[in-house]
Design a protein around this ligand. Structure first.
Ligand code: IMP
Ligand code: MG
Length: 358
């Protein structure tokens, strides 16, 4: 089954020379559609290696040819069969989630975990469930913050401490740097969104790590000079799960009316929603040092955009809206999501950058 899926390629449009090392991050509060964007880049650019950062509080959804995966550990680029998949030192995994996702994605033999990756246990989950503050900030209570704090206090067990992970263990930081130094293409998958960053977000209504591009690279062990592209993903409207400020938040009735209703992929909670926010986007672009922007779910704003795959075929009002956003943010909007399937994307990279080489 998977072989069939991953045999999908269109040799004439391989774009790997454009983006040798790319980091993809969320620009709002998570759930911008990073999973879809990363899995698209996996199939289209055929990276040699893909790294997924963060932890199991973040769910990335990959829909391809009618199948859906909701991933919390395995990199969303798994669809590209020749890609080596990595979980870095800065990530935190649950062994059970890791092993079950390896089975679901049939990636055994090409997925590796850093010796130093942190391991979340039931005790961490229990601690968060008993913690009133975690309840009041609307934590997903997957044990991520508790495990992270144990790591800071140097009492967390790491992947190398668990026999069951022995066959997966590698020095991921060195291996990823080797790919980069050989000039091969590497895709780094950030998780959650910029405004959930422990440093730059709406503290204390944030997650337990820095979700910015720099924080994501630090989890991998990749220095900032080794990255060619920082792709910031925005959805065409803003959503947030859990508590904390959401500027211009819409009433549940308006959320429904506008077609912005969503449910969180990890907790199943209803997502709060607000219109696209240029001010938030502007700061995210600056602090992440964005070189490209992906704008997802444009079909929620412009119904005729659904499943369109060419810029010229988007409705004129959608193109005008995207142009306006681009003019304010001053960063090219290169990928535009038009539907849930991985391939429902308008890819403007060749138009924007001209040739394959920059
Ligand atoms: P925690 O990181 O699970 O403790 O949750 C802290 C806050 O971040 C809560 O408001 C969560 O809903 C939010 N959050 C954590 N991970 C994600 C994510 O992947 N997407 C969206 N929100 C998230
Ligand atoms: Mg999500």
């Amino acid at each position: 089954m998977l072989d069939e899926l991953t045999l999908y390629t269109d040799k004439s449009t391989i774009l790997r020379d454009i983006t040798p090392v790319t980091v993809v991050v969320g620009g709002f509060f998570g759930d911008e559609g990073k999973g879809k964007v990363v899995s698209y880049l996996g199939l289209k650019d055929r990276p040699s290696a893909a790294v997924r950062t963060g932890s199991i509080n973040a769910g990335h959804t990959v829909s391809f040819n009618g199948r859906v995966w909701k991933l919390r550990v395995v990199p969303s680029a798994f669809l590209w069969r020749s890609c080596r998949l990595y979980v870095p030192a800065g990530a935190l995994i649950s062994i059970q989630t890791f092993l079950s996702e390896v089975r679901e994605t049939e990636c055994n033999g090409r997925i590796f975990v850093d010796f130093n990756t942190g391991v979340i246990t039931e005790e961490h989950v229990a601690r968060e469930n008993a913690d009133e503050l975690m309840k009041s900030i609307g934590s997903t209570r997957q044990g991520v913050g508790a495990a992270g704090s144990d790591r800071v206090m140097r009492r967390l067990k790491l992947a190398k401490d668990y026999d069951v992970l022995r066959d997966y263990l590698r020095d991921v930081a060195l291996e990823v740097n080797d790919y980069v130094d050989r000039g091969e293409s590497v895709l780094i998958e950030g998780t959650q969104g910029f405004y959930l960053s422990l440093y730059f977000g709406t503290y204390p209504y944030v997650t337990s790590r820095d979700t910015s591009a720099s924080g994501v690279l630090s989890e991998v062990g990749l220095g900032p000079k080794k990255v060619d592209d920082v792709l910031v993903v925005f959805k065409s409207y803003v959503t947030r799960v859990g508590e904390g400020p959401l500027p211009n938040e819409l009433s549940p009735t308006d959320v429904e009316k506008l077609g912005f209703s969503e449910r969180a992929s990890v907790t199943g909670r209803i997502r709060r929603a607000a219109p696209f926010n240029l001010e938030l986007a502007r700061k995210a672009v600056i602090i992440n040092s964005a070189t490209q922007i992906a704008l997802t779910k444009i079909d929620a704003l412009f119904k005729d955009a659904y499943n369109v795959r060419e810029w010229g075929k988007l409705p004129p009002n959608a193109r005008a809206w995207i142009d306006d956003v681009e003019n304010v943010l001053k960063v090219p909007i290169t990928l535009i999501g038009t539907g849930e399937d991985v391939m429902a994307i308008v890819d403007r990279r060749q138009d924007v950058f001209g040739s394959l080489k920059r």
